[in-house]
Design a protein around this ligand. Structure first.
Ligand code: URA
Length: 299
């Protein structure tokens, strides 16, 4: 319930930011989006679409840039020590964008991007990479309108579908993908043949792969016929093509594979090919799960 409220508040917040941008509420910058002074050195912030989520309250931007706490930044603004595009700003509700030049006591402030956390329902046929030199479709094609550059947290194979996180938070990415933090990832695998109990026990105990033995896994047989079986497999590491290779090692080729969970996150309500922003409460829980709950929150 609490999660639901947080999510709806967050959606409203995002909608407000979007409409604020679309009404082009700017300070005194006369440059078009993507060409102002703040744009120098940030080639990824190109044009209008990219800046959709980039208009933020001045004190928040200042705090994120490391000037001081948000409260202290408000005091600096009120005291007339902050300029935006050469004009002293004392109004606390002032919104700024990456192309605005901000100065505190005459010193230029370096804009830091807000952290973004997305949950994508990846369809088959998309590469989990930022760019493909052969021009094939990547998961980034599915999140183009986000406004900041994000990258996938780990990989799902081209033919694997399901839950994929994308973010620009390098620390969290590291923790979610490093086996030391043991974040559980659950897959639904449809495999060839009827899987006998011995094979399931081997998968549970761990199987020998060419790059080492897999750690113990949770494995449930959800259904079985003569031709195929459906397994739910939860692993806490992330070797390359791990689930496919584990199943193959016990004699059952994977026909289709879908990741259904990462930690407490599921695909509930999210159609294939669609993404959503994580709610602030989900981000907090995810950081805790990955052992970084003490990292400073952006929001
Ligand atoms: N294991 C696999 O075999 N493939 C994936 O994409 C993810 C886990």
């Amino acid at each position: 319930m609490e999660e639901k409220c947080a999510w709806s508040t967050y959606n409203k917040y995002m909608a407000r930011r979007r409409s604020a941008f679309l009404s082009q509420r700017r300070i005194s910058s006369t440059e078009p989006p993507g060409h102002g002074p703040g744009h120098v050195g940030q080639p990824h912030l190109e044009g209008r679409r990219c800046c959709l989520l980039s208009e933020e309250r001045l004190q928040k931007v200042m705090a994120r840039a490391g000037v001081a706490s948000r409260r202290r930044c408000e005091a600096l603004i009120r005291a007339g020590r902050v300029k935006v595009n050469g004009t002293t700003v004392t109004r606390l509700g002032t919104k700024v964008s990456p192309w605005d030049k901000i100065q505190v006591d005459g010193q230029d402030l370096v804009w830091r991007e807000p952290k973004v956390y997305l949950l994508l329902n990846k369809p088959r046929g998309y590469l989990s990479t930022v760019h493909d030199p052969h021009g094939r479709a990547t998961v980034i094609d599915l999140v183009k309108d986000v406004g900041v550059r994000v990258y996938p947290v780990g990989r799902l194979d081209l033919e694997t579908e399901g839950l994929l996180l994308l973010t620009n938070d390098g620390e969290l990415t590291h923790r979610l993908t490093h086996p030391r933090y043991k974040v559980p990832k659950t897959y639904l695998a449809v495999v060839q043949g009827a899987v006998p109990p011995e094979a399931i026990n081997r998968l549970r105990r761990g199987v020998a792969l060419e790059d080492g033995r897999t750690a113990p896994a949770q494995v449930k047989l959800l259904g079985s016929s003569r031709d195929t079986s459906t397994l739910e497999i939860t692993i806490r590491e992330g070797k390359k093509r791990q689930v496919r290779r584990m199943c193959q090692a016990v004699g059952h080729l994977v026909i289709s594979l879908r990741r259904t969970r990462v930690g407490f996150l599921t695909l509930k309500g999210l159609k294939k090919g669609r993404y959503r922003h994580l709610a602030p409460g989900e981000i907090r829980r995810l950081k805790q799960l990955a052992g970084s709950g003490t990292l400073q929150e952006e929001d």
